[in-house]
Design a protein around this ligand. Sequence first.
Ligand code: ATP
Ligand code: MG
Length: 870
Amino acid sequence: MKSQQIRQEFLDFFESKKHNIVPSSPMVLKNDPTLMFTNAGMVPFKEYFLGQKNAIDKRVADTQKCLRVSGKHNDLEEVGKDTYHHTMFEMLGNWSFGDYFKKEAIAWAWELLVDVLKVDKDCLYVTVFEGAEEDALDYDQEAYDLWKQYISEDRIINGNKKDNFWEMGAQGPCGPCSEIHVDIRSAEEKAKVSGKSLVNMDHPQVVEIWNLVFMEFNRKADGSLEKLPAQHVDTGMGFERLCMVLQNKQSNYDTDVFTPLIREVEAITNNDYGKNEETDIAIRVISDHVRAVAFAIADGQLPSNTGAGYVIRRILRRAIRYGFTFLNVKEPFIYKLVATLTKQMGEYFPELKSQNQLVTNVIKEEELSFLRALDQGLVLLDGVIKNTKGSEVSGKKAFELYDTYGFPIDLTALILSEKGMTLNETEFKIELEKQKNRSRAAAVVETDDWVVLYEDDDEEFIGYDTLEANIKITRYRKVSSIKDGDLYQLVFNMTPFYAEGGGQVGDKGYLEVNNGNVIYIVDTKKENNLIIHFAKSLPKDPTQIFKVVVDGKQRHRTACNHTATHLLHQALREILGTHVEQKGSSVHSKSLRFDFSHFTKLTTDELRDVEDYVNARISSKIPLEEFRNIPMETAIEKGAMALFGEKYGDTVRAIQFGSSVELCGGIHVQNTSDIWHFKITSESAIAAGIRRIEAITNDATKEFYFESNRVYSEIKELLKNPANPQKAIVDLQDENTVLKKQLEALLKDKAKNLKGDLIHEVENINGINFLAKKIDLDQNSIKDLAFDLGNQLDNLFLLVGSESDGKAFLTCYIAKNLVEEKKLDAGKVVRELGKLIHGGGGGQPYFATAGGRNPEGIEKALEESKRYIA
Ligand code: ATP
Ligand code: MG
């Protein structure tokens, strides 16, 4: 059965069991401070389990794009080395939100695998939770009794808390689970070693394929468990592993999920898969990583130097490195695989199709720049090797290469071993550990339990209509981190505060306590669908009713920038073309930033057109039309662009200004005329095919024009108010060029005359032509002079002192034959004598210079120089 069909069989089966089939949520999470990527099928449904939102459907099934490369689930180092862990994989799942529980979950899992998909039941094992004393949890007898109706009891295995008690994190929903494992070894091997003894032992052919989680508890900050109000089922089955089983393969990479990619890598790089373990690992790494990177970019996450973008960059670089080292490819090639991937998966995941061009370009550009960095790194490493005495290279130096230049440590080790050298790995690890500790200490956040004051299942957002309200605090908790100190997170029964999201910053403002005192709300963010207000302190009696007020001025400026962003988006599509798509946006009170797909730099005329387009809409005083809580389809009928990245079940809000219609939850002005004026402040490239525009509106533009005008006036004044200031500056520049040339000629003349005088001052000491003298020339002329003299006189030892701008310089020239015969070294001379002028320097044995802060020391240095030839 082909993989496409296997996915469909799974979804059809659960549809027949009355599940609503929903599309995968994005793999990249934009508004979740606790997680960068979806790492399990349950992530999009977290808020249902936490009881913070009511599920629309009680039964749901899907395939979810997951990425396990950071945080709690990190399989990165396994990937490629083993045959069944991936970075990006699909997790098939069925869900019950307070509906069915263990009985149906187990029955249906069995029915699907054995009756529908015809997996041989003699290769299956299941595990049940054995209980845990420290949590006062009993053996999961219920699961055991259910399983034994289907599978012989000697195939039911007890599992410990590590494998069979699933927890979302240190805190939050959790519960016992039952895993289904397959043993796909040959009959011969099965006869030798029983499969039962290999379950959960990291055997590549005895692997877990499906995990059924029965969520019934909540883990509190103090570690204790409380029963959840409703019981849920959360299951996850590895799609690629299921394909391996159903296609009778022994490795995920031998299924049709991967073979087209592997064939392509073979063809492009001229390597064969299956011949040599090292090459095989590299091919697996590349075929795996291209998926993770392509899906991430299609989801809107570009490689970058921080956060999620950095994780993606590292994955791609790992693939490039494996290609570079083991497949011997020194040119970009991974981008070429995108076409194959899109052909294969674009049908079910249309974002791959629509973003194909962008994904390809971004990967290619990243490859080019990393390969360039590798080249540079190789040169730097050469330098390190040359300066190493003995055969061991310092771990500190290797860490520097790794940390500052991104040069991979395994490549360093490999190159050293090829040269018969070693790396001090202990030293390297110590440096790495130090760096990790630094960032870990900064990132530690301690979160207390919520203190619930009032039960409230719906925290209403009323901030579209008002900036003030009388509220009750429904719950609060303290969070402490080194970065921000102690903060209180407050949740209200309703709130006018906008939580950071959709690119727009969170509102600031205050909460009134008694007699005019206030507690400032410093930021507002969303976590698992709760709007959280950050405050430095807590009211004495938090159970009262408080008036809360949003900072209106900042809010208005932010709204101007947000509406301007929509108009800018529209302008770009109108002027540059409909290939322009939003790739990122950041709306603050001071400015706005908009990233979009486009392939060339915008010309001055285009920028002008864009500004004019937006400003024309501001002048036309277009009123806001807002549509709240409408189904996605209705919004699309109005002309809104369908976005990937919306989650199943979301109703949307559409914002319309004339013919600009966007899905948006942000804050906008009532009328475009509120914006007053729009001004682009910069345009640049941030990645291949992605441009960035930064712009300002309203007060900020007034400030901008005022400031530009002030600088302009001052410049004019400095130029003595010429009629044509541009011409005045060009004239000055021209004059400057002419003067520079004249000065150079004069200095050359001066040096020539000096040389004639100097030749007479040279002393012959022990057969060496010696001269030490202070000269009033610039460094370049002194250098010319030194070499000129050296050409004219044999056996020259020359030390010149000079002074300019209160700084002191020493220049030393020694004839090459003296360097060899007398072991003289100009570098050493200037280093030692450099101390007298409070500075240092260096160079080659026959020519070196030093600079320092102490001109007074020049005379002494000249005197001392004689001792080198005495
Ligand atoms: P394993 O012990 O094999 O790493 P797990 O305990 O981490 O698995 P779960 O978190 O229970 O797995 O995830 C549910 C299912 O997702 C697993 O049964 C497996 O089939 C699949 N799965 C988990 N991690 C990966 C991965 N890195 N690549 C591919 N499939 C995976
Ligand atoms: Mg795992």
